[in-house]
Design a protein around this ligand. Structure first.
Ligand code: F0G
Length: 479
């Protein structure tokens, strides 16, 4: 068994800082052959190596391919045609774009649910709340397991099957685990899930139980669980399906391709995305970089990453002007999906921000809670982590302290998870029972720092009589 790669600390010297930032800007997407390539020193590894970091310098890896030789206009037509196919692979919102993720050798290796094909929705109340003319949301919560993770998991599990792995594992704040458990079950692989004990919503925990994963509740936070898994996985022959796995991010690229197609290939000005472990934003950067090189982008949409204020190490790095290093934080936020203090993929996210001339910002708990209710009032709904996007658009459009969003900008917010992922949070908000010190969604441990439920729509209890029913309606609605 190969020795486990060592993981470097984040204390970088001046030479590597200069090199890293330069490679963010001069980032070449293609390669002469299919391979895994270090994002920093460019060392390459075989496509089928079970490896997550460069063994030379310890940095993350990209999956790279030769530049596709198909004419981009033909590619667009082919992708569109596949929507009318009866083949599940063609119908998948990931594999429909398979020319841009050709890491498989034959179509029979491919796993699919299918996934993707998520809607791009106009959100007029959200736009008015944020103070922009128009806001569209791409809702990735319409996936089979209710979050964006399915876009990546289908690719990660496909690679696990190609490699002949018997077991897959992840540390998770709940959505990765739900997705991995489902896809592993579909592919006939054993799955092992590590979640912070009491730090994951019941809905997400229930999913991984139902899909048959060995579900381990770790007495520690996500960052501890993630480090533990990286320590033990190589020796046990377990394949890690966190976003440190570059194949996951290949699948997540499809979100951008699908979005561009939905926009009639007219790129939006800005794409706002929540950031936790920072794999998703990193994958968007790679997708846009490749699409740009193929001539499929009309402009570079500015990737704007939003973190929760209490879990914002990338924001801290950017706002202090030191994006060359990341200081881990002890994460605190009710948006448990992004409660991450030491994000693995931060250099890929930084590369995406630099390349797209984007931005990193943060929002507080009140911003998140109110934005979530507003997205709900559009009849859309999402989980708290996703609502950071609207909170950020509002702040940047109205305050414009660090970066300004022009009200006429064409903005797309990425909603990463379904409203049913965290019903407890939603109920508490609408019942004016949401507290910042309300530690988890599953256990009440304290009730300090109440949040205001500015847009509450509380449930009303009535007697079981026609009079009470009529009174309740007339009191509240002018119909
Ligand atoms: N939104 C939701 C709903 C998430 O579940 C996550 C991450 C993110 C945003 C952030 O994405 O990590 O790629 O920056 N959830 C992971 C999990 C960590 O384990 O489910 P990221």
């Amino acid at each position: 068994m190969a020795a486990a790669p060592t993981f470097p600390t984040d204390s970088t010297n001046q030479d590597s800082i200069a090199r890293d930032n330069a490679s963010d800007y001069n980032w070449h997407p293609w390669s002469t052959r299919r391979a895994l390539r270090c994002i920093s020193c460019q060392n390459t590894y075989p496509l089928r190596a079970v490896i997550y970091r460069c063994s030379e310098c310890g940095e993350l890896l990209d999956v790279v391919y030769p530049r596709p030789r198909v004419d981009p206009e033909r590619l667009k037509r082919r992708w569109l045609r596949r929507r009318a196919s009866t083949n599940p692979i063609d119908l998948s919102g990931v594999w429909r774009f398979r020319e841009l993720l050709p890491f498989y050798d034959s179509l029979d290796q491919i796993v699919t649910y299918p996934e993707g094909n998520t809607p791009l929705l106009d959100a007029p109340r959200s736009a008015a709340y944020a103070g922009v003319r128009r806001l569209r949301v791409k809702h990735l919560g319409f996936n089979p397991t209710g979050s964006f993770k399915d876009y990546g998991m289908v690719a990660g599990v496909t690679q696990a099957r190609i490699l002949g792995m018997r077991a897959v594992a992840c540390a998770s704040t709940g959505n990765t685990s739900a997705s991995m458990a489902a896809y592993a079950a579909r592919a006939g692989l054993a799955s092992i899930v590590l979640v912070p004990e009491g730090g994951v919503s019941f809905a997400k925990l229930a999913q991984s139980l139902d899909y048959g994963a060995l579900t381990l509740q770790v007495r520690g936070d996500f960052d501890v669980a993630q480090a533990l898994l990286q320590q033990i996985a190589p020796d046990l022959g377990i394949y890690i399906l966190n976003s440190i796995n570059p194949f996951r991010l290949e699948g997540q690229k499809s979100v951008m391709i699908e979005l561009l197609e939905q926009c009639g290939w007219k790129a939006p000005d800005r794409i706002v995305v929540p950031g936790g472990n920072l794999g998703n934003s990193g994958s968007y950067g790679k997708a846009l970089r490749e699409l740009n090189d193929l001539g499929l982008l009309t402009k570079r949409p500015r990737i704007t990453i939003v973190q929760a204020h209490g879990a914002a190490p990338l924001y801290d790095a950017f706002s202090s002007g030191h994006s060359e290093s990341l200081v881990r934080v002890h994460a605190r936020t009710l948006a448990t999906a992004i409660k991450i203090g030491s994000p693995v993929s931060w250099k890929k996210a930084r590369r995406a921000v630099h390349w797209s001339d984007g931005w990193v910002t943060s929002v507080d708990e009140q911003d998140i809670a109110d934005a979530k209710a507003i997205i709900g009032s559009d009849g859309i709904g999402c989980e708290p982590a996703s609502a950071t996007t609207l909170g950020a658009v509002r702040r940047l459009a109205q305050e414009g302290t660090d970066e300004r969003i022009d009200p006429d900008e064409d903005v797309v917010a990425i909603l990463t998870g379904n409203v049913l992922k965290d019903p407890d949070y939603t109920l508490r908000y609408h019942s004016s029972e949401l507290y910042e010190e309300f530690r988890t969604e599953s256990v009440i441990t304290g009730k300090a720092n109440p949040l205001k439920s500015n847009f509450a729509n509380p449930p009303v209890v009535i007697d079981a009589t026609a009079e009470a029913l009529i009174a309740a309606i007339k009191d509240r609605l002018s119909i």
